[in-house]
Structure formats: C-alpha cells, structure tokens
Design a protein around this ligand. Structure first.
Ligand SMILES: Cc1ncc(COP(=O)(O)O)c(C=O)c1O
Length: 407
C-alpha cells in the first residue's frame, strides 16, 4: 500500500486563508488542527450530561468515573509505555511540578538540575522554583548546558558534563525535541548517561509526542510529561499526559496527593488516609474535565488508526523533501537551523532568513498574507512543521514556491 502524507486530511478541519481557500497550515508544532471527530466527542458528552445528569459518572461505556482509562491504551501505545505508566491529566507545567515534587530529591552534594540552555521558559521557571522550594540557589544548582557554535546541543557534551559532575546532579530534565531548533535528541544515549551518573531523568516531550516514535518504558526515563495541543491535535490547552516508569509504581516518597489519585477500590469510602493508585494514576489530583478529555480521545483514535511508525516514515519524507527543496532553491537566502540527518529531526524545520530579524519578520508576514500558517519565535526564527496526518507534499511544494516569490 502506497500511502501518501496527508492521508487522513479529510478527518480534520482546515482553517481558511485570506483568499477563502484552505490555508497552508504548518503549525501543528504549536496548535494542531481540529479532528472532525473532536466536536462529535464533545457533543456526545454534552448530550450524556443533559440526559443523565449525575448518573453519567457510572453509566455505560463512556462513564465519567473511569473516563481517563478510555485514553490509556492509545496513550501507552503512542509513547511506548505499559498501561499503568501513563495517565492523561492536567497540563504540562502542572505535571512537571508534580513529578519534580516526587523525583527531584536533592541531598548532600547531589542537588543540581541540568537543563538545556534556551529551554522553554516554563520549564526553566518550573525547575528554578523547585530549587527555591528546597531552599537552594539557582545560581549553583541550576545548570544550563550550552549549545555549540552550530546552535545545537551535542549529546556528547551532556555525557561529558555528567562524567565530570554527575555526582552533583539530582535531576536531568531534557526535551525529546528542542522547541526552537527542532533538534531531536538521542534519548537512549542521554538515558544511559543519566543511569551511569545516578541522576534522575525527566523528559519534556511537548514537541516529541505525536511527532517521533517513543519507547519510554524501554528507555527507562524516570518520568515524562507532554502537552496534547501540538502534534496531538486535542485542542487549545488540552489535557496533558504524564509517564512514570514502572519502577516507581509503588512510589512511597513525597507527592502532592488528591482524591483522584487514591486507589479506586477504596476512594469512595471517603477515609482520611491516602492510598495511592498503582503507577501514574496515583499522581492524579482531581476528577478530570470530561469535556476537555473528549477531543483527546478522538485524536488518539486517529493516531492509533494511522500508526506512529507509519507517520514517522511519512514525516521523514515530507520534511526531508521540504528541507531539500529549500536548500536547493532558496539556500542562498536562509539557513535551516534544524539538523537534517533523519534521526536528528522530526516534522519541524527552523529557518533563519539572511538579513537579520527584519528580513525574517518581513518574509513571515508576507507568507501569512498568502495563507501560510507557520510560527515566529523570537528573536528571528520561522518554525514550519508539516505534519503527515494532514499536510501533503503538494502543500510543501506550494510553500517553497511562495518563499521563492516573496523573499
Ligand atoms: C517545550 C515546552 N515545554 C513546556 C510548555 C508549556 O506548556 P503548558 O502551557 O501546557 O504547561 C510548552 C508549550 O508550548 C513547550 O513547548
């Protein structure tokens, strides 16, 4: 079977551009498009609420009480985890804090958190505030590993740092895909280095989930968090995801607890003592927002149908073709910051236009005027992310032609 990228395009709603035709939507790395089934899934829950009232918590296959489990199978499949290792809950930064409360346990000399320089600001705020919560000082205990002159962070540098200072590192918080450059990291290598150094490894998979295949269980990361509004197409501010490795499934250390993390068998006895559910579900706090979970359920169904391996194969072709054409036809006018080796990139390309910020901004705005939806990251980066679920090779060709014309 010869499946082309965009093969599930008719299952999405494509926003119109200025001329009323479908836009060239390359912004799935920021906010993915709406699956048609999302509205149906929300509508179904509104209808159940109207018809059943409180009985909806326990009625039928879509009962709200165990609703989060309807997402578990596909979520586990998507990130390569055991079912009890994943849960859909909260938002990314909230989950990151919940994980750090449990797994950032500075003691003695082992106090540092290692992140990448240029990390997404929310991650930096989160780790800085966790360090402060322990009465420690970011000056000493927050380490930001710098990129090299090529703008990329080399796994080797992380290994070197951990070889030299590993006994001082309590937690490495690392992205699967760097948000600004689109660089995909060799997570196996990073996990190996963390294991050797005795440091906890947490992953921010905001730009990795639904973009590249993941094998979190096998990888052995301690925890991972991600959001669901980018490649996962679950809508603005969608319910996020969290992975906790099986070896922590009976975690006895500190955690912020809430009644929804209490073991389901005894939760409704309403006793005063907290008994955690097994695995990731034990970190849930509140009963989940069903109307926000419904689009995620619809979206995960599409990923299951498409298969992440197949999407990755198509993505490599789609983004590879785009990179090749940009380099060949307009390479004198721009640099692609994203590494182009297949294993070091996902859907996204980050472009820097020659001539400085003004030239880049000008091209970006002209492209917008011609129906291209990409995004701009300060100070001077245009990010463009063809996503194989709904973008086609023909669209990437139109994009390159527009760049040629508008430069
Ligand atoms: C890499 C990364 N980390 C963290 C966040 C913050 O996510 P949230 O607002 O869902 O907590 C984002 C949002 O885009 C992100 O790209």
């Amino acid at each position: 079977m010869n499946i082309e990228a965009g093969f599930l395009r008719d299952r999405f709603r494509i926003p119109a551009g200025p001329d009323g035709n479908p836009s060239l939507y390359f912004c799935g790395n920021s906010l993915g498009l709406q699956p048609i089934a999302a509205a149906e899934a929300v509508e179904a829950e509104l209808e159940r609420w109207a018809r059943l009232g409180v009985a909806g918590h326990f009625d039928g296959l879509l009962a709200w009480m165990p609703y989060h489990r309807l997402l578990t199978d596909h979520l586990a499949e998507l990130v390569g985890a055991e079912k009890h290792e994943v849960v859909a809950m909260n938002s990314l930064t909230v989950n990151l804090h919940l994980m750090m409360i449990s797994f950032y346990r500075p003691h003695g000399e082992r106090r540092r958190i290692l992140i990448e320089r240029g990390a997404f600001p929310s991650d930096r705020h989160a780790v800085a505030s966790q360090i402060a919560l322990h009465g420690l000082d970011t000056e000493h205990d927050l380490v930001e590993l710098a990129p090299r002159r090529d703008g990329l962070i080399h796994e080797e540098d992380l290994e070197d740092y951990l070889n030299d200072h590993g006994e001082r590192v309590a937690l490495v918080l690392w992205p699967g895909v760097q948000y600004a450059t689109g660089q995909v990291f060799d997570l196996e290598r990073i996990a190996g280095a963390c294991r050797k150094a005795g440091a906890v490894l947490g992953l921010d998979l905001a730009h990795a989930v639904g973009n590249i295949p993941l094998k979190l269980h096998e990888l052995g990361a301690d925890f991972a968090v991600w959001c669901s509004y980018k490649y996962l197409n679950a809508g603005p501010g969608a319910v996020a995801g969290c992975f906790v490795h099986q070896r922590h499934e009976r975690h006895q250390g500190p955690r912020l607890a809430g009644w929804w993390g209490h073991d389901e068998a005894s939760r409704f006895r309403m006793g005063p003592d907290f008994e955690a559910s097994r695995g990731a579900e034990g970190w849930q706090l509140s009963n989940p927002p069903i109307l926000a979970m419904a689009p995620l359920r619809a979206s995960l169904d599409l990923f299951h149908e498409a298969g992440m391996e197949q999407l990755r194969r198509l993505s490599l072709e789609l983004t590879g073709h785009l990179a090749g054409e940009l380099n060949r036809r307009v390479g004198d006018h721009l640099d692609i910051l994203t590494p182009l080796e297949p294993q070091r990139r996902g859907c996204q390309l980050s472009l820097r236009i020659h001539g400085g910020r003004r030239a880049g901004r000008q091209l970006f705005e002209r492209l917008e005027g011609h129906g291209v939806v990409a995004d701009w990251r300060e100070p001077d980066i245009i990010r463009i992310a063809p996503t194989p679920l709904y973008n086609t090779a023909e669209e990437t060709e139109r994009f390159v032609r527009l760049v040629e014309k508008l430069l």
